[in-house]
Design a protein around this ligand. Structure first.
Ligand code: GRF
Length: 186
């Protein structure tokens, strides 16, 4: 059994949640940064910080083939917990089974509301008064695993999806490190 405090963060893009998880790490060690997009902005930041990185383009590779390579890399680094942070790829059932209960994700809505994409536009469209973010356990079903923590963010009348996203992101950056740190201790 691997040490749950050895964390890999999986990203596809800018990696602002990754940065928050690294900068606010408490009780866990960010051992590896992974990306399925070798050009991801967040990777550059991670390399500058001297963090170990592994990037493999997912386009063109079969889903399970990719996931087997990813899993082997995580094994090599002795990873115990996987934190998805803007990882824009659905993991195969094989991978989810292999790492069952050890994969977390952050999602920009108050789950179970608004699984999937365009959460901020959907919350505004529905005239919700409040939105927010959730950290949950990853299962085979998209954005549907056990919710471990949430933070609420009020929706203002003048909000656009972009302005709401910015405020929810600030809440994400506080929530994710806190929930991860509780998770690795349990
Ligand atoms: C965040 O909104 C997160 O909730 C979602 O993808 C976005 C990633 O942003 N899963 P960043 O790459 O962490 O800046």
């Amino acid at each position: 059994m691997h040490d749950p405090r050895r964390v890999a963060i999986l990203i596809s893009g800018r990696g602002s949640n990754m940065r928050a998880l690294v900068e606010r790490a408490d009780g866990y060690d960010v051992t590896l940064i992974v990306s399925n997009k070798p050009g991801a902005l967040g990777l550059q930041w991670a390399r500058e910080r001297g963090l170990a990185t592994w990037a493999l383009e997912s386009k063109g590779l079969g889903k399970e083939d990719y996931d087997r390579q990813l899993s082997a890399t995580l094994e090599e680094h002795g990873i115990g917990t996987i934190a998805l942070a803007g990882f824009m790829r659905i993991l195969s059932p094989w991978f989810v089974e292999r790492w069952r209960g050890r994969i977390l994700n952050i999602h920009p809505s108050l789950l179970p509301k608004y699984r999937g994409l365009d959460t901020h536009a959907r919350a505004i469209e529905a005239r919700d008064q409040v939105s927010g973010c959730s950290v949950h356990v990853v299962t085979e079903e998209l954005d549907a695993g056990e919710v471990l923590g949430q933070a609420e963010v009020p929706i203002e009348p003048e909000d656009t999806p972009g302005s709401l996203e910015q405020r929810v992101l600030v809440a994400e950056h506080a929530l994710y490190p806190k929930v991860l740190s509780e998770f690795v201790r349990r």
